[in-house]
Each structure stands twice: as C-alpha cells, then as structure tokens.
Write a protein that binds this ligand. Sequence first.
Ligand code: BES
Ligand code: ZN
Length: 889
Amino acid sequence: MSSPLHRWHGSTYLSAGWAAALSLRGTTLPGDVEGVAAVTIWRLSDPQELRVTTEADYRLPRNVIPRHYQLTLEPDLADFTFVGNEVVSVEVVEATAIVVLNAADLEVDSATIRTPRGRGTLATGIDRDEPAERLTLTFPEPLLPGDYELQLSFRGMLNDQLRGFYRSTYKDEAGNDAIIATTQFEATDARRALPCWDEPDLKATFGVTLIVPDGYAAVSNGPETSRTGAGPGKVAVTFADTMVMSTYLVAFIVGELDATEAVDAGGVPLRVLTPPGKTHLADFALEAGAHALVYFADYYGIPYPGDKVDMIAIPDFAWGAMENLGAITYRESALLVDPATATRTELERVAAVIAHELAHMWFGDLVTMKWWNGIWLNEAFATFMEMKCTEAFRPDWKIFLGAAADRGAAMEIDALATTRPVEFPVASPEEANAMFDTLTYEKGSSVLRMLEQYIGEETFRRGIGSYLAAHAYGNTVTDDLWDALEQASGEPVGEIMHGWIYQGGFPQVRVEAEGDQWALRQEQFRYLGEGHGTWKVPVLYNGAGGPGRVVVDQAVTISPGDDALVNAGGSGFYRVRYSPALLEAVADRLGELEPEECYSVVSDTWANVLAGEVPAPEFIELVGGLSEETEPSVWRVALTGLAELDRVASSDVQPALQGFVRDLVGPQADRLGWTPQPGEDDLTRELRGLLLRARGGLGDDQDTVAEARGVLEQALESPDAVDGEVASAALAIVASNGSVDDFARFLELRDTAGTPQDQVRYLRAAAAVPEQETAARLVDMMLAGDVRSQDAFWLAALLLGHKDTGAASWQRIKGQWDEVLAVMPKQNLRRMFDLIQYRSEPEVAADIKAWLDEHPVAGFERHLAQQMERLDVRVALRERESDRIEQAL
Ligand code: BES
Ligand code: ZN
C-alpha cells in the first residue's frame, strides 16, 4: 500500500462531510485504497490540518431510543410555513442529562420531558448544530433509565427544494397559483420537518394529525380516523398509528387534491390522488397498482403490512416516486397516463414505477437496511421485483428482455476504473444521497437476477419469503439475505455473491476452443487500463448435453454441442468474448438465439469496440445481419452502437453510415409502414416507431422526414386517430430536423398538453431542435423558472448531449454555472451530466474536464469522475474509429 492516505484509512471510509459543511475546497485523490476506490480529503484553512470524519460522526448516541411519535403539524399554504408539536415516547436506556436527535432548518421553541405520569422538566439548553443537523437538549438532572415523553414545539418553512416538508405549485382551474404541501424524507430529510432520530434502524410508530383548511385533502401513512373542527375554517385530520417503521418513510400531503374511489386490491383499499381535474388519467395506475399489490402479497407470502395505499401525483418531485408506507408519492409522469395515446415505454414506465414502490412496502418498509451502506438491499431488490411483477402484469412486454438495457447501463459504469462496489461505506447525508445510482439500482438488480436464474426462480422466492418473515419490522444487513437464500437453495450463495457486491467491476469470460472442448477463463472487463479482480461467475451455458451451469472461478472447460453458447438466457452480469472463429460461428446463428442471447452478443461486441478490443467495422458487420430482427430491444442496442459511431465518424464517412442505417432498417420499416394493423401487439407497434425514427434520424432519410411532418399534423388535429408510437416517432423526427418555428410550436403544445407524457414529449422535442437560437432559449427558460426545477436536470442533459448544439450549450451553461446549478434540486444535479460523454470533440472534452476539475460538484465527485472517464472512452473511440468505420461501409 503506497498511498499516503493509508494511515487515515483504517477500516472506515474517509468522509467529506464536515469540511463540506464549512464550505472549503477539497481535493479528490483517486486510487484504490483497500476496496475504497476514491478518497476525498478536504483541506481546511491551514493546509496542514486535515479533518476526516467517519460514520460514527453521523450516528446518534443510542442512550435514548424513540418508540412512538405523536405528531401534529399545521402548514400555512399562503405563508409557506408550518408549526409542529410532537410528543415522543422514548426509552432512556442509559442515564443521561443530554438528549441528542436530528433536526435541520427548524426553530425549536420548547422542549419538555416527563415520565408518563410525572411533572414535566423543561430543557435548560436547546442547542442546534446546523452543520451536523443535530439538536442537543440538556436537562437539569440526569434522566434515569425508563420510559419518558419528550414534548417539542417547532416551526419551519415549506421550502421549494423538493425535500423535507416542501411546497409544490400548480395553476388551479381559474389560472391562479395554488400550493400543495408535501414531503420527501429519504434519505435524511425527515429531520427538516420534525426533530427525530433520523436513522433507518431507529424505527418507531407514528401517530399523525394534520391541521388543514376545511375541504382540503390531507393524506398520511395511515388511514384517516377522524376529522374535527380546529378553529375557523380549519379541521384537524387524524390518521391511524403506523406500524413500526423508519423515519424516512413518514409522509404527509396537504392540498386541494382530487381522489379516485378506492379499488379493492386483494382486500387493500387503493386510491390515486391528483391535482384538481386529473383523476381521468388514473385508471391505468389503479389497474397496475391493484395487480402489484396482489402479486406481491402472493410472491412474498405475507399480507400487505399497512392498512391502505394512496398513490399521490405531485407536480414538483425530485425523483420518480417514493415508497412512503401507504402514501406513495410520484412525479406526475410516473403515475398519470392516458393509455390511448401513450407509447408502450411510457406505459411500462408507469407500471414499473408503481410496481417498484409497492415492492418496497415489504422490501424496504417492513424489512429495512440497517444503514445507508446497505441501500442496495432496498433499491436493487425493488428494481428486481418491479420487473418480476411487470412481467406478470404484461407478459407480452417481455420485461426481462428490456431489462438487458439496464444491465448494459450498469456495465457501462462498472467497466470504469472509477466504479465502486455496490455495497459501499456511507457516513454523511451527501454520501447517502450519492448511493442512489446506476450501480445500486441496475447492477444490484442485475446480479440478483443472475443469482435467481442460477439457483432457480422458485428457490429464490422461498428464500425471500423466509428472509422477510424472519426480519419483519426489523433491520438487516446483506448477509441476512444471503443466509436466507443459502438455506433455501443449499448453495454457497454468500460466497458466490461476495465479489459482485463488495468489489467494483465485473469479468469478461473468454471462450476458446481447446481440442473439442471450450475453455472458459475470466479477466476483469475495463474500457481503459486493466483491472485485476476475480469473481465466482455463475455461468449458464448450452453444452453437448443441453443446458449446463458452472461457477467459473479458475479456468473450466465445457463440452460444446451444435448450439453451444455461453451466458445462455443472457442474464449474466459479465461479458463474453469468443475467439474470432467461435464468434463467427455464433454470429452465423444470431437469428436462432433467444432474443436475450442475441442482445448479449451484440452488446458484448459493442462494449469491446468501446474498449478498443474489437474494431468498429466488425461491429457494423455483425449488426448488418439483423435486418430480419423483430425485437425492439435488440434493435435498440444495435442502433445505439451505430448512433455512437455516427457521433465520432468523420464528416466524409457519415453519409455512408447513414446509408448503411437506411438499408439496415429499410426492409422492416417498409413492411411495418406508418399505420398499425388491427390486432398488432404492443412490441410490434413499438418497433414501428423505433425503426421509423432510425430511418428519419440516424438514417437521415428525407422522405421519412416529410412523411413525419404529415403524420404529426394529423396527430395534432385528431390525437385519437394516430397511434401513440407513430405520433411520438413523427414528433421526434420532425423535431430533430426542426426549425425555430417548430420550436415555438412545441413550447405552445407543452403548455396545453393534456397528459404528463405529452408535456415531456414536447419539451424533449423542443430540446431536439438543431438550432443554436432555440438551445440558448431553453437555457434562458430554465434560469427564468419556465421549466419546473424537477425537469431541469434532464433538459440540461439533453442540451449538453445534443449532436449539433451541445458544444455551444456547454459554453452557455459554463458561462452561467452557479445560476444553472441553483435552478435544480441539489439531490439530482449530477444527472445533468448523464449525456456529457457525447462531447468527445477533443477540445470540448478537454475544456469540460478542466472546468469540472476547477468546479467540482460537492457530493457527486465520484459521479463526475465516472462521467469524465466515459468521456475519455469516447475521445479514444473517436480517435480510433472516425475513419476506420468506412472499411465496413
Ligand atoms: N426510494 C426511491 C426514491 C429515492 C431516490 C429517494 C433517491 C431518495 C433518493 C424510490 O423507491 C425509487 O427508487 N424511485 C425511482 C423510481 C424507480 C422505478 C426506479 C426514482 O425515483 O427514480
Ligand atoms: Zn426504490
């Protein structure tokens, strides 16, 4: 260990929290330090002085434990303030005169403690430590062990930062601004609404009362139990006590919301609540939600742990959705949809988000990770279950084939030197927030799927059921899950999974013929540089005797048959690299493979182009064999590779590449035409949209562009007469060839759109117009608040990734850096850089890297480092391939 950081390292992670709070500038030193891929050291005013904090600095003392919160809150929707009062039943387990809990951005006016029947004792000290987000109460005498009630009065602001207790705005039917007060507590923002022990293992029950204007809807985790007068024009709405649960799951929502009737989902009442006038968009959510509730109770073998489920659409929402027990909040586009005009992917998104959040009611809410380092348990599992459930809901959608793209996204990050292990030390709130990324969700769910396929679906399900039953109302660590799956399967699950969870990266399995055998060996897959990790790789294959399975650790050999294939079923989280001769044989059978397998072959080949192992012309030749392909997912992975090549192709090669794309998609696009046939399935309709888009976009086919204009007009005139996929494709094609006038029209259409999906589509269309003037206008709109802050990150990402205008958008955004960063919620800022890898023009790339070096985005240092490495990968791709592409054309 040569790193000078070693002596501070020990077994815990060095954190940036304290110095960040003091707003000092830090230096990030990348490098492997005992499994920790990067360490951030912050320099204080004296450069010799280093202050390093660990998880212990953020954990509350355990001498006082909360059991029940009796909470009353009164938001003032006109003033953007709230007042609160809580009585917390606590157990003092060790004598203390000092009680420490979390609070942030709250004024605490009084604190009193009493034994259940005793007299109250006022705190003599109420001390707030804002950087530490803590409240320290000092009492005149030590509290002896026993039960107490702690009473606190406090006040705060309904903020506009989309976290804690915040305000969301919309125009009411008369066109006036109206407010919804709502909450988002995960990861560590419950402390912004109520003083509390804000750690996931300090579970308690919650009894909530909300004082709201008469006639307003009020929702919390439990069902409403009473509504009584509370002064002029006010009512006090009380909700049933919750089950024992973590603070991050508490929620309250107040506003003039409309509610659907409750539907019966296997005995659980399920409703959707929306801003006024939108319940007509809730039918699909009710159907998907009812299916999911029944599905999960059956899969887990445990009844739904709450009493009711409300799903609430919030106009301003930082994430997609949040699994508050019984009161799930969503951004509008993730809940409200019109199935008659939506595309399949838009509908799938709604069904999947709903399934994901409902999966959490058990996995996450009933059984919760002990600490944020284990957040993958929550999120990876919910993502995996979301797919299982949606697969059962709509088998025709082939969810697990679509999931291959998510696996690909995870492998993209995990092939970087700047990746991290799925489970990773977390100390500060910033670090907890940074955990909600592709590695947690997509790598985590993919390795669970790999394991499930390896040990068998029913065995896996039994293991999960017993894990949940054993830990209900409690907290767990990763080993608890492996133990349950080991019990169920009799396989060494913990041993197999260790490397996938505690080590960053993944392997490539090399396959070579040795005599009449195939030899399988692993090496780490990296785009740049080399890695030296090894894994226990659970490989499924087709061999001479049919399907086989083997854990590849050291080299192994298998006997191949005529249909020999490694990674059969395509669910492995590894790449496969056949020797050239074997790859040729596999490519010849591409059409005979299962779609998941075909996907993997194309995806593995593309990844090796990015890694510089396979020349791009070989990839082009491979996908040239796909013209008969009918699966949208397989097309998508092929077209994504081609689109990347188009980005880096020199301008004299581009026309030939466009011609190649036209020839490739032509036969199927002609067959499908612009009009769906009666009885067509959803994936066929999706394929039509995808191929038309490829022909008009990447293929630059001007006839298709002209046709798209006609179809768009027709769709705008009578939306119900044009299929959603066709309408969406026509819009995208027109937009990417659009003018300043088209742009103005898209913005108008956004303002009058009848569904959240249409709003998104039109804003996306506006961002796709290839004019500097329109790109500049969108940045201005973002800064002026004409785009909701929840959408700013993806709009900025689209602008930065735009093929023609992106480089100039980078200059614009850089020129107003602080302003741009200030208009989006801090939590999802990093996602603004999700497409920055496309700025691989060498001078632009160098400028971006230099700028971000000087302007690190606090809390997201690792994400930025990953994006910069992805950018390096594309700069190298351009350098290698921009002219060579021609060889295949
Ligand atoms: N628990 C998360 C929401 C969340 C994300 C809270 C990050 C705090 C920080 C929720 O269950 C979730 O995962 N939502 C996803 C949607 C899901 C379908 C992948 C989201 O918001 O993107
Ligand atoms: Zn989740």
